[in-house]
Write a protein of this length. Structure first.
Length: 100
């Protein structure tokens, strides 16, 4: 699913970390804390069980939402780390195709 620019963050949305130790790394929003903070995970360094609370100002929202992650969270309330890794890998692959 592709989003319009300037939209608010959504669960399942792919982001790129712009500040902090993981700068430049992609991740997926797995929960929204409030209007300023979200919880992100990538399935590798940041697992679903230990998400990172991140300020939205320190993230670059990508116009991509992983429907697999959203569906899994709605059905069971959780998502496997494998699905998170797949969503991130799919985003990285499509980003590389667009830059070449």
């Amino acid at each position: 699913m592709v989003l319009k620019p300037g939209t608010s963050p959504q669960v399942g949305q792919v982001v790129r970390v712009s500040k902090g130790k993981g700068a430049g790394q992609p991740a997926v929003i797995i929960a929204i804390s409030d209007e300023k903070f979200v919880y992100i995970a990538d399935g590798n360094k940041r697992k679903f069980d230990q998400p990172k609370k991140k300020n939205l100002l320190h993230l670059e929202l990508m116009p991509v939402v992983s429907s697999e992650v959203v569906d899994s969270l709605q059905e069971s309330g959780r998502v496997t780390n494998g699905k998170l890794r797949h969503a991130v890998a799919k985003f990285v692959e499509s980003a590389e195709k667009n830059t070449v």
